[in-house]
Write a protein that binds this ligand. Structure first.
Ligand SMILES: CC(C)(COP(=O)(O)OP(=O)(O)OC[C@H]1O[C@@H](n2cnc3c(N)ncnc32)[C@H](O)[C@@H]1OP(=O)(O)O)[C@@H](O)C(=O)NCCC(=O)NCCS
Length: 160
């Protein structure tokens, strides 16, 4: 069995990233879900998952790809595995399965190198009193060519 919590960076023994991701995806209309796993000798060394999360950018309903739990096991980092995973994931936008991906991160340099850009738009969740739904310090959009001005972005659901 491959357990994501064996590589996700948390010091809390009760924390389960699987549960956290399931909560964020747990909307009846979630139709698309995929995870990317990289293994070495049957041991999980890299992981990410994506699922559909339509969002509202200004007044437009946008076919957004949610991105969650991108991680590489500590001793395998800085060897290009993360970049390979994220390029594979962003192909779902390059091939027009999704229009864009709005996501949060604590590692902006990693995503800039993958072709995403940092944005400063207001982000809300209209299903929870318009509260800010993310917790990481930076919000990004892929592709960097996505045209945005100062529209409010409504995740229409919890952060991921
Ligand atoms: C972020 C993470 C997935 C990167 O994985 P990785 O396999 O080390 O990344 P790569 O080796 O493919 O790096 C790709 C590029 O991003 C850069 N990069 C990666 N991690 C970085 C970091 N923490 N800070 C700055 N740059 C970083 C690399 O230097 C590399 O650039 P280069 O090609 O110019 O050398 C990994 O550090 C990780 O699991 N971190 C903890 C979990 C996390 O924060 N995930 C992101 C959630 S949004």
């Amino acid at each position: 069995m491959l357990f994501l919590r064996t590589i996700w960076p948390s010091t809390d023994p009760d924390f389960s990233i699987e549960q956290d991701v399931t909560k964020a995806m747990n909307k009846p209309e979630t139709k698309f879900w995929k995870n990317i796993k990289v293994t070495d000798n049957n041991s999980l060394i890299g992981y990410a998952n994506i699922f559909d999360r339509p969002i509202r950018i200004g007044s437009l309903l946008v076919n957004n790809m949610a991105l969650a739990s991108v991680c590489v096991k500590t001793e395998y980092r800085k060897a290009g595995i993360g970049h390979t995973i994220i390029k594979k994931i962003f192909e779902f936008i390059d091939n027009k399965t999704f229009e864009c991906s709005v996501f949060q991160t604590a590692v902006p340099e990693f995503y800039i190198k993958a072709g995403a850009k940092k944005i400063d738009n207001s982000i809300i969740n209209s299903l929870n009193e318009n509260k800010y739904p993310f917790w990481d310090p930076h919000v990004f959009i892929y592709p960097s060519s996505y045209l945005l001005s100062n529209e409010i972005i409504d995740l229409i659901g919890p952060g991921y």
